[in-house]
Design a protein around this ligand. Structure first.
Ligand code: XMP
Length: 221
């Protein structure tokens, strides 16, 4: 399965989405709006509803190591992975975070490029630096934009063994399968599924389109 659902709404909506989509999603990504509204322990409560899937806290951490460790300590035991920004560097920041997460059995996922147009101003210009950091830290996964498949292709060529998660499908403009065809392992989808009047049908439609596109792009290789 190739679909991770972004949960950015309030906790009652999130819990209804998890109930509906547990059987079709590969995992769930918990966003800051949800975590701020409901508190960190919502991660444990939601996870209990669908324990076999991948649970990721999208904290977008970008701080010194000690502060990042304090933040993630609230989620240890409730999530499989946390997302941090690569640009803060290793020494005194991501190196300490990685060591702490390893001790607690949590995966580190680094943003190496972003999906919105403004990312071209600075963030995505640092792509080579960011993937070098991800490679040096041997992180489990990286986030790269479905809206920019060329970037996903470059990330895949730099980091062939690292899991690539790609947001930007749906409302931000990428089509299901764009990032998978470029080398991503998962597409992260939020509003086009969670705000739909029938989230289960919307998720099944995304999965069907991903399968169709993957069939096409594999056949043309
Ligand atoms: P939508 O509703 O646009 O939700 O499908 C997308 C989800 O992904 C997050 N997002 C990103 N996270 N790098 C990230 O680490 C990105 O470039 C990026 N773009 C979108 C967004 O916060 C939402 O949860």
């Amino acid at each position: 399965m190739t679909l991770i659902i972004a949960l950015d709404q309030d906790s009652s909506k999130a819990s209804s989405i998890v109930g509906m989509l547990c059987s079709v999603a590969s995992g769930f990504k918990l966003g800051l709006p949800l975590l701020l509204e409901a508190g960190a322990k919502i991660a444990c409560r939601l996870r209990m509803m669908c324990p076999e899937k991948l649970w990721i806290a999208d904290l977008k951490l970008a701080d010194i190591g000690s502060t990042m460790k304090l933040a993630v300590s609230q989620l240890v035991g409730c999530v499989d992975g946390v997302i941090a920004h690569s640009v803060v560097g290793v020494e005194g920041a991501l190196g300490e975070l990685k060591e702490y997460l390893e001790q607690h059995g949590v995966k580190l996922i680094l943003v190496v490029a972003m999906s919105h147009p403004g990312a071209a101003e600075a963030y995505n210009r640092l792509l080579e630096h960011n993937v070098e950091v991800a490679g040096r830290l041997r992180v489990w996964g990286v986030v790269a934009p479905a809206t920019m498949p060329d970037i996903v292709r470059r990330v895949k060529s730099f980091l062939p063994e690292t899991v690539i998660l790609s947001p930007g499908v749906g409302v931000q403009g990428a089509k299901p399968g764009d990032a998978l065809c470029a080398g991503a392992d998962y597409e992260i989808v939020g509003r086009s599924i969670t705000a739909s009047s029938d989230p289960l049908k919307a998720a099944r439609d995304v999965l069907a389109e991903q399968r169709r596109r993957l069939g096409e792009c594999r056949a043309s290789r």
